[in-house]
Design a protein around this ligand. Structure first.
Ligand code: SF4
Length: 361
């Protein structure tokens, strides 16, 4: 994307988005929405697309959100196509905390990937984390800026995930930068029992919630999905965190069928003293390493804005999916929320009008 003015077959535009072969549902609308937010009212956005469904969907989207497709032209009858879209005044969803229906209000909760390396390489890892993954650590200074802005925008809840957050030597600094927010760390609980990481755990404020993965009541399924011996060590980590005074939430991911069943897991968690409200059982998303699971897109997945060291995403399960990318930087957080709100506003307008603009190839 370029902000210095661009020449197109339709004349000069303020900014050009080349959508390649993306359709509106697979990321193009996120790119356009982001580019539109940076334009002044009345300026033109140029869009180039090689995807034929965009010829139908882009004008519908523009009409729904109030913009005007002022011109279009095809290079050949089979594309690619060029569009010039004029930005309407007052078209952005500007409220600090946008709420619609039963959705979690955008702006209340933020996810942050602390890093992408991990001591495990689980079969279903949506982040494609492993011991060999590029760590892509979130710097404490960047996090401080992002979390302070998030709080100033009315944010309440921060979830730190990875990779394995305890592999980030600055995890304590990241948590300090988020003081005042409700903080949760998603961890496999396997590497904080000794040494410097044990100290990091002991130094952590007890208001921080530890969310630990435990996929089954017995090792069989868990170890098959997450690695030999990981069930035993996760359980030991849960016990350690609880003994130190942390509230522990347990999350189970349903990938393969569990031979002992969910009921057995609940009994096991009863034995471990995990409160009923601190149990999360979730399906696997067909993202990252997972070769099956629930298909996700911006149309099917309620947004959970997520920042990483090098961008922002629609949802934490989709950080390896280029079609779910919202921004190229974790800050400003206001832009991340703004793109999400504008996209939701377009989705809601489409629903009200009974129209389809988020089709996915
Ligand atoms: S699912 Fe969690 S524990 Fe497993 S590899 Fe991914 S980040 Fe690591």
């Amino acid at each position: 994307m370029n902000h210095g003015g661009e020449q197109t077959p339709l004349g000069d535009v303020a900014t050009l988005v080349d959508g390649g072969e993306m359709d509106c549902g697979s990321g193009l609308l996120l790119l356009i929405t982001r580019a539109m937010r940076r334009l002044d009212d009345g300026q033109l956005l140029g869009v180039r697309s090689a995807e034929s469904s965009v010829v139908t969907d882009l004008p519908i989207w523009a009409e729904l959100v109030g913009h005007e497709v002022s011109a279009d032209v095809a290079e050949t009858p089979d594309g690619p196509w060029w569009f010039a879209v004029r930005k309407a005044g007052g078209s952005e969803a500007t409220s600090t905390v946008f709420s619609q229906g039963d959705r979690t209000p955008v702006g209340h909760r933020l996810w942050a990937y602390t890093n992408f390396d991990c001591n495990l390489a689980c079969l279903y890892c949506c982040a494609e984390s492993s011991p060999k993954a590029n760590s892509r650590r979130l710097e404490v200074e960047v996090a401080r800026e992002a979390f302070a802005e998030f709080a100033s925008l009315g944010g309440r809840e921060l979830l730190l995930t990875g990779g394995e957050p305890f592999m980030h030597p600055g995890l304590g600094g990241l948590l300090d930068a988020a003081e005042g927010l409700e903080r949760t760390v998603l961890t496999n609980a396997m590497i904080f029992s000794r040494g410097a990481r044990r100290q990091m755990l002991e130094d952590t404020d007890r208001s921080v919630i530890m969310q630990v993965s435990l996929d089954s009541a017995t090792p069989e399924l868990h170890d098959r999905q997450r690695g030999a011996g990981s069930w035993e060590r996760a359980l030991s980590g849960i016990g350690l965190a609880r003994s130190l005074g942390f509230r522990v939430r347990v999350a189970a991911t349903m990938y393969d069928e569990d031979p002992v069943g969910v009921e057995a897991l609940h009994h096991r968690l009863d034995d471990e003293g995990i409160a009923t409200e601190d149990r999360v059982i979730r399906p696997v998303a067909h993202e990252g390493f997972a070769d099956g699971g629930v298909h996700v897109s911006i149309d099917t997945l309620e947004p959970e804005p997520t920042i990483t060291a090098d961008g922002a995403w629609w949802h934490p399960v989709a950080v390896t999916n280029p079609n779910m990318r919202i921004a190229d930087s974790p800050v400003p957080v206001s832009e991340v929320f703004g793109v999400v709100r504008d996209t939701l506003a377009a989705q809601d307008a489409a629903t009200r009008a009974g129209r389809e603009v988020f089709r996915c190839a």
